[in-house]
Design a protein around this ligand. Structure first.
Ligand code: PXG
Length: 292
């Protein structure tokens, strides 16, 4: 495995960053999780653009352009002969002093790791997930805005542990008002009376790339799609529920906090979207190998 750090490739054993990097000391940095399918990188530019927005929000200047970073991701995939895989892209604040002021950091570090992906077992797509609501509430909008994909993921990590403790893979995170924000690493959708709904970004959701693609696919299927506040009650009484994320793709949810959703099996609309998303991922994206 070859890891990209600041323009150079390193073997796994030699891919190291300083213990004085503020990414480690303070979680000061941003990241992306991207997938490759069939030798193509899915929604590469969208991920890189989101990374730049996350960086802007934390006043971190990425020392590369969008195009250069797209190329670094592509080249890292090529170097690792990726066909189907997962890319973790990080930009840390860089090495600095022990004080938290980022002014001491000379240069942000750009790291690209391209490897295999650990997928949910296939049965989750057939029988659906059982999830719970996490006691840990989503970070406040006016604290570190959860729209920022920062290296400080403790809020999500805690909720993930709570999901795990409840024997579940995922957990719903509510915002401070009690509305659904999203899950620990996935966005949430419900279908009620043929209207597909997902929480707005203002509710504390990440601007999910998969969320975006699924909203488009659903509209193409003729569905009405809305962004609105969703309560736990709305989820319990929904006809269908599913989660979206780069790793999970579209995964049906059939039970939430012991309430059976709809018929207790993946719904018709959900199944359609699972398939449509699957097809799209295998038919588009930026080629890893340059033509010719
Ligand atoms: N919400 C949160 C909080 C996320 O971190 C998503 C939703 C889904 O967004 P995309 O753009 O992927 O549709 C995410 C992103 C992993 C991993 O290694 C995945 C995410 C976060 C952290 C780790 O699988 N998902």
């Amino acid at each position: 495995m070859k890891i990209y750090i600041d323009g150079e490739f390193f073997d796994r054993e030699n891919a190291k960053i300083s213990v004085f990097d503020h990414g480690l000391l303070y979680g000061d940095g941003v990241f992306e999780g991207i997938r490759a399918y069939n030798g193509r990188i899915f929604k590469l530019r969208e991920h890189i653009e989101r990374l730049f927005k996350s960086a802007k929000a934390i006043l971190l200047t990425i020392p590369m352009t969008v195009d250069e970073l797209c190329e670094a991701v592509r080249a890292t995939c090529e170097e690792n002969q990726i066909e189907d895989g997962y890319v973790r892209l990080l930009v840390t604040r860089g090495e600095g002093s022990l004080g938290l002021n980022p002014e001491s950091c000379k240069r942000p570090s750009v790291i690209v790791i391209a490897g295999g992906i650990q997928l949910y077992p296939k049965e989750y797509y057939e029988v659906g997930l059982t999830i719970v609501t996490a006691p840990t509430v989503r970070n406040l909008q006016n604290a570190v805005n959860p729209a920022i994909k920062s290296l400080n993921y403790l809020n999500n990590v805690l909720a993930k542990i709570e999901a795990s403790n409840a024997g579940c893979e995922e957990a719903i995170m509510l915002n401070s008002e009690g509305f659904v924000a999203e899950c620990t690493g996935d966005n949430l959708f419900i279908l009620s009376e043929n209207v597909l709904a997902t929480p707005p970004l203002a509710a504390g959701a990440l601007y999910g790339i998969t969320r975006n693609v699924v909203m488009e696919l659903a509209r193409k299927e003729g569905l009405e799609v809305v962004e609105k506040n969703i309560s736990r009650y709305d989820v319990f009484v929904a006809d269908e529920c599913f989660l979206t994320g780069t790793g999970a793709e579209v995964v049906p949810v059939v039970k939430v906090d012991q309430r059976v959703i709809g018929e207790g099996v993946p719904g018709t609309v959900t199944r359609k979207l699972v398939a449509a998303y699957h097809d799209l991922t295998r038919a588009s994206g930026v080629p890893i190998l340059k033509e010719g």
